[in-house]
Write a protein that binds this ligand. Structure first.
Ligand SMILES: *Cc1c(COP(=O)(O)O)cnc(C)c1O
Length: 359
């Protein structure tokens, strides 16, 4: 029996739980099973494992419903970033945040030296500078907030003004997730995700996705089939499993992050706290610079010293330990990815580690 038409659009919490399910028929499982297949019997819609997989489609249906567009899954966030950038003309001009994700900046730098792409990096908190850079450009890339400086921009205002001078506005929505922001509804043309982070949410899968309109999605599917940047069936399954609890995890992690940010502001070992007021990433600058920041990362017991973010477990790292990180990021900046543990346990461990690191 078809679902009755809901009187109003269902909320993200309900969509996260219900989208991307198999049809309701006797003896059908409630979840789309994993399909480890390199090929399919000919004559249908799937044909070959590099073109299609029922598990990708289920994940794409759920993410597309949450973001309000058509999703295409990729093997990683960086594969999704690469695919989104392929929508700009070869040798075109891209405007990007000076503090965009380091991997995205590294890829843009590589494209610049190999393909003649022009890259203009900007401070996204300076709307005038962003719009000046957009003149004559082909694509505006945004992250809101940026990683790891956590700078915030007005996506709706920037997208509207940028569209007066260029055709494509892309938002990497990895940090905010569709629970906290839906960039397509704010006027962006394309949304990019590292599903490795909050969407999958358990630090056990690499996956990426691009969400956009039907026409661009068809181009992206062709790009995926050509380049072979295809997800594994296990990864797509795990990411869809993650989406089922996305709203709960984001809500809890955000509440934890807000509480910790407030206490960190008052902590004598912390020089600066960056918290944009939403989401679950907090960046701190530790008194004592890089050495103290490294010591903090090694002094924690409950928190995990690890790169990446968006898992159920709280992790932290000094970002400048990566040579690709922007030199304008302070050497003592530690990025905290706040998880869903008990906030008092998180605070006790962090406060004790700060004490030991800065003694
Ligand atoms: C991690 C990350 C990426 C890259 O994703 P992978 O899944 O690691 O390839 C892209 N953008 C942002 C904002 C990220 O945090």
């Amino acid at each position: 029996m078809p679902d009755p038409q809901p009187a109003r659009p269902r909320s993200a919490a309900t969509v996260a739980v219900t989208a991307g399910r198999p049809p309701r028929r006797p003896d059908q499982p409630l979840n789309v099973p994993m399909t480890p297949a390199s090929t399919y019997a000919a004559g249908g819609d799937l044909e070959y494992g590099r073109y299609a997989n029922p598990g990708w489609s289920a994940f794409e249906e759920a993410l597309g419903a949450l973001e309000g567009g058509r999703a295409v899954a990729f093997s990683s966030g960086m594969a999704a970033v690469t695919a989104a950038l392929s929508l700009a003309p070869a040798g075109g001009t891209v405007v990007a945040p000076q503090h965009a994700y380091a991997g995205t900046l590294a890829l843009l730098g590589d494209l610049r030296s190999r393909t003649g792409l022009t890259l203009r990096t900007v401070d996204v908190t300076d709307a005038t500078a962003v719009l000046d850079a957009c003149r004559g450009a082909d694509l505006l890339w945004l992250e809101n907030p940026t990683n790891p400086a956590l700078e915030v921009c007005d996506v709706a205002a920037l997208a509207a003004r940028a569209h007066e001078v260029l055709p494509l506005v892309v938002v990497d929505n990895t940090f905010a997730t569709p629970i906290l922001a839906r960039p397509l509804a704010l006027g962006a043309d394309v949304v990019v995700h590292s599903a490795t982070k909050y969407l999958a949410g358990h630090s056990d899968a690499l996956l990426g996705a691009v969400v956009t309109d039907e026409d661009r999605a068809a181009e992206l599917v062709a790009h995926r089939s050509r380049t072979g940047a295809v997800p594994g069936t296990l990864e797509a399954f795990l990411a869809l499993r993650g989406i089922r609890t996305l709203h709960l995890r984001v809500e809890r992690a955000q509440a934890n992050a807000a509480a910790l940010a407030e206490r960190l502001v008052a902590h004598p070992a912390v020089e600066r706290v960056r918290y944009p007021g939403f989401g679950a990433i907090v960046s701190i600058e530790v008194r004592g610079g890089a050495d103290a920041a490294e010591a903090l990362c090694r002094a924690v017991a409950l928190w995990v010293f690890a790169t990446s973010l968006g898992g159920v477990e709280s992790t932290l790292e000094r970002r400048r330990r990566w040579p690709a990180e922007a030199p304008t990021i302070a050497p003592g900046l530690v990025r905290l990815s706040v998880g869903i543990e008990d906030v008092e346990d998180l605070w006790d461990d962090l406060a004790a580690a700060l004490r030991r690191a800065t003694d």
